[in-house]
Unconditional design. Structure first.
Length: 287
């Protein structure tokens, strides 16, 4: 029996943004497409076909032409209701995400989304219910688990290299320019709470799955920034978060962790994130 190739059509919304473009289209989807897809364990192959979706027609068209992508659109609802589309991916503004994912799952589409999938617990629970009722697969980005440093760190923990871990402290951050003198490296909506911005909703989604279970404090250290048009605006979203985590190691030890995150300071010149461990090699794990 010969092997078959199945093509999965993925509508990629918010692809003109930095994360949507660089991390997902440029570094993930296009390499898979250009490699001819990937082979499953049964010998069959899966190829992917991206459809670019965005609100700025000129930008979406430019990206499609640059990367030889035949389909693009500014009609999000249209592509969600297209019966030939298998998956809807979302990397648009956080404040718009829950509504997009809800429409997609109700239309019977599988979803893959940037974090957070919702801004409130109520929205998240509703999305989980809709996905279960629709019988679709829902995936949320967990990319930090696969960073080389964290993969190596997990291996050392599993091997017992540190002994019994008692506590963890982590710090993350890099300086995002305000935008008045030097252009900001992140879009302005990231610093407006009303648009879904904020360090807590942005980065603590990652720390939550990296460490598990968060309680934290937030702050806005830089009260004014300058947007893409050079206009000053009030930063209403938190740009720093300080959190305490309660988690367990694979061996069952209870551990207290701390993560400080900031868009106003870089914590370590060679790395964006640093983890420090307190451990004892002379203590047995609890029964």
């Amino acid at each position: 029996m010969g092997f078959e190739t199945k093509t999965i059509r993925i509508a990629m919304n918010g692809i003109t943004g930095r994360i949507g473009y660089r991390q997902h289209l440029l570094r993930s989807i296009l390499p898979i497409r250009d490699a001819g897809g990937f082979t499953l364990e049964d010998g069959n192959k899966v190829q992917i076909e991206p459809i670019l979706v965005g609100r700025n027609e000129a930008k979406v068209r430019e990206l499609a032409e640059l990367h030889k992508i035949s389909e693009w659109t500014t009609d999000l609802d249209g592509v969600i209701n297209d019966p030939t589309v298998d998956v809807v991916f979302d990397a648009s503004m956080t404040s718009l995400r829950a509504a997009t994912l809800k429409k997609a799952m109700q239309a019977g589409k599988h979803i893959f989304t940037e974090k957070p999938m919702a801004e409130t617990l109520e929205e998240a629970i509703e999305l989980a219910r809709i996905g279960k009722e629709a019988g679709v697969t829902a995936g949320v980005v967990h990319d930090k688990l696969y960073l080389p440093g964290l993969v190596k760190l997990r291996r050392l923990v599993d091997e017992g290299f540190f002994g019994r871990i008692l506590s963890i402290r982590g710090e993350f951050g890099y300086w995002v320019f305000e935008g008045d003198v030097q252009a900001a490296q992140r879009p302005s909506w990231n610093y407006r709470k009303e648009d879904g911005g904020g360090m807590t909703t942005d980065m603590f989604c990652h720390w939550n799955y990296v460490l598990e279970g968060v309680i934290g404090k937030t702050a806005t250290h830089i009260p004014a920034r300058w947007d893409e048009a050079g206009k000053e605006y009030k930063a209403t979203a938190d740009d720093a978060s300080y959190g305490i985590f309660e988690l367990q190691t694979p061996g069952g030890d209870d551990v207290i962790g701390q993560i400080n995150s900031s868009w106003a300071v870089r914590v370590y010149r060679d790395e964006l994130v640093e983890l420090r461990w307190k451990a004892r090699t002379d203590l047995p794990s609890p029964a």
